[in-house]
Design a protein around this ligand. Structure first.
Ligand SMILES: [Zn+2]
Length: 293
């Protein structure tokens, strides 16, 4: 009996030692990682905090109606590789299919606890599937507005810059949730499909839009990324989420030339695969799944 309990104590001590070592090994890195998946003409971004909190902003691709495969095929396995069984926060920037048709497949295996939405109405079969999937995972649903801040722990916060509390745009894209993710000195701007009207409104409101990394609005279309927006955000790196042979001819030449003129180093997911920005809060690194083609 005595030997058994001593062995048990040794075993417990060994488990505790490994757990402490693992937590020290991981906490010593203290990295925030933001991954832009290669989902073709769509958007899916994972924000993964130093202590393992997860937020997925959008999950969709251009595709035939009912194509849920990007969430299942691409995003869920990556989240599984991080050892996560669920998602803390899912964000639907706006209810267009290319931002949500992968969510049902993803949420089936990785349910979200909280879902943030822009509150714009848009009836579609894809939206019905999205709502069904959110209900199935019993997530809380919240509509967000400029001025709200989501504290993700470790000093990581997501500032909501759009939609405005006052304006409702006729173009759904301009109602997109825009988030600035801040970790100490490093800021990443996630604009989803917000275009020039939303950009102007955010700038006129006086919110801080500075960010070293910019997810270029609306897949690099010429409806977004105005010169004033680019000058104020002042990014050094940009990520454009679109297919290599984009059906919509994304990104627009005018926008890539503008990014070049502002000396912004630009990554296109369809050309280099998933793009991951990792930061300790003072500097940041960018890695891509493959060499740009
Ligand atoms: Zn889109």
């Amino acid at each position: 009996m005595l030997r058994d309990s001593r062995n048990r104590i040794i075993a417990v001590a060994a488990v505790v030692a490994v757990a402490v070592w693992l937590s020290l090994a991981f906490s010593s890195q203290q990295l925030l990682e933001i991954t832009f998946f290669d989902v073709g003409d769509g958007l899916c971004v994972l924000i993964y905090t130093p202590s393992g909190k997860s937020m997925v902003m959008d999950c969709g691709t251009q595709g035939r109606r009912g194509d849920f495969s990007v969430g299942q095929r691409i995003v869920a396995p990556y989240i599984q590789s991080l050892g996560l069984d669920s998602i803390d926060v899912a964000v639907l920037s706006h209810p267009h299919a290319d931002h949500m048709n992968g969510f049902p497949g993803l949420l089936k295996s990785k349910p979200a606890r909280l879902v943030l939405e822009c509150g714009a109405d848009y009836a579609s079969a894809e939206h019905e599937e999205f709502v069904k999937a959110v209900k199935a995972c019993k997530a809380k649903r919240r509509i967000v507005r400029r001025g709200q801040v989501l504290d993700m722990g470790d000093g990581v916060r997501a500032e909501i810059l759009n939609p405005s509390p006052k304006i409702r745009y006729s173009d759904l894209n301009d109602n997109s949730i825009v988030m600035r993710v801040v970790y100490k000195k490093v800021m990443v701007m996630l604009t989803a499909d917000a275009g020039e009207f939303a950009e102007k409104d955010m700038l006129d409101s006086g919110v801080n839009v500075k960010a070293q990394v910019l997810q270029v609005g609306h897949h690099g279309s010429k409806t977004a990324t105005s010169p004033r927006w680019l000058a104020e955000v002042e990014p050094s790196v940009a990520v454009i989420s679109c297919a290599k042979n984009s059906r919509y001819k994304f990104p627009a030449k005018k926008i890539t030339e503008r990014l070049d003129a502002y000396k912004v180093h630009t990554y296109v997911t369809g050309r280099c695969g998933a793009v991951t920005v990792s930061t300790d809060g003072s500097g940041f690194k960018v890695r891509t799944l493959r060499k740009p083609t």
